[in-house]
Design a protein around this ligand. Structure first.
Ligand SMILES: [Zn+2]
Length: 277
């Protein structure tokens, strides 16, 4: 079977990013031609939600684009720019036009990231919102898996039930993966699987239950090996998937069927990619 006939879901792509301003339409058409039929596009700031939502709405009218679903949230690296009213604005946006998820939200302990106390407060406030509106969450976690698990537990401990989500670009241990899976999370993998040096990620990808995996490009970032240093795009997903299928020793057809079903089920999407709500 040719890869083109398969049905892929890019569970993390920033189509709204300025990097796509010059050729967004062509890049979307390339993705669709490659068999990427669905995309999840998280926002990173409240002011960016309108653009993400407009792209999602437009995608429903375009035969040659993937169908884009949106998530709303404040990215941990942008909490410094966040205004006091943002959380309220975020909730208003959710009520106005319900997204399929909240995100991307989380914690980033990389050097130069915003103050962790500030990040944690913003993250946990958004987890409460996700629980209130029963939206799955798209997690951004860098060098902070343990802290993210603690925040999830703390918020759940307040009686707020978070309906799982996706840990995007997961790079934790197998034990942490198991903890997140128990909490209803899927784990997202992408371009890093294509680097022979990414031994931990490659080992995780080959051993985790297939029912817990989803695929992503994180375009325009996280370029696969063959695009190192260049802009990434969704059309690369099937080729990235070849690395994952090889690691798991399964067919591309099985990988695309299971990972697309995993994502659709979590996000509560039904036939034809139509949003459930
Ligand atoms: Zn992202």
């Amino acid at each position: 079977m040719s890869a083109v006939a398969l049905n892929w879901f890019d569970t993390h792509v920033h189509w709204d990013a300025a990097e796509f301003d010059a050729d967004r339409d062509a890049a979307l058409e390339r993705a669709h031609a490659a068999g990427v039929n669905y995309c999840l596009n998280p926002s990173v700031v409240v002011d960016g939600i309108a653009k993400v939502r407009a792209l999602a709405d437009l995608s429903a009218t375009k035969d040659k684009w993937p169908r884009i679903f949106s998530a709303y949230g404040i990215h941990p690296l942008y909490v410094g720019q966040s205004k006091p009213d943002d959380l309220h604005q975020l909730e208003q946006q959710i009520c106005q036009q319900r997204p399929v998820a909240m995100g991307e939200i989380g914690l980033d302990a990389y050097a130069g990231a915003p103050d962790m106390t500030l990040q944690r407060a913003c993250f946990e406030d958004q987890l409460v919102l996700a629980a209130t509106h029963q939206l799955p969450v798209v997690l951004h976690v860098r060098h902070a898996v343990e802290d993210v698990i603690q925040s999830l537990k703390r918020v759940q401990g307040l009686g707020q039930k978070i309906p799982g989500g996706i840990a995007h670009a997961f790079n934790g241990s197998e034990v942490q993966a198991a903890q997140l899976i128990r909490m209803g999370f899927l784990l997202g993998f992408g371009g890093s699987c294509t680097y022979a040096g990414s031994t931990r990620i490659r080992s995780l990808v080959s051993r985790l239950p297939l029912t817990s995996l989803v695929l992503e490009t994180d375009s325009p970032d996280m370029a696969p090996m063959w695009l190192r240093g260049q802009r990434n795009e969704s059309s690369q997903l099937p080729r990235i998937a070849q690395s994952v299928a090889a690691l798991r020793q399964i067919s591309l057809a099985e990988l695309s069927a299971v990972t697309t079903a995993n994502a659709s089920q979590l996000l509560d999407l039904h036939e034809n990619g139509a949003s459930a709500r």
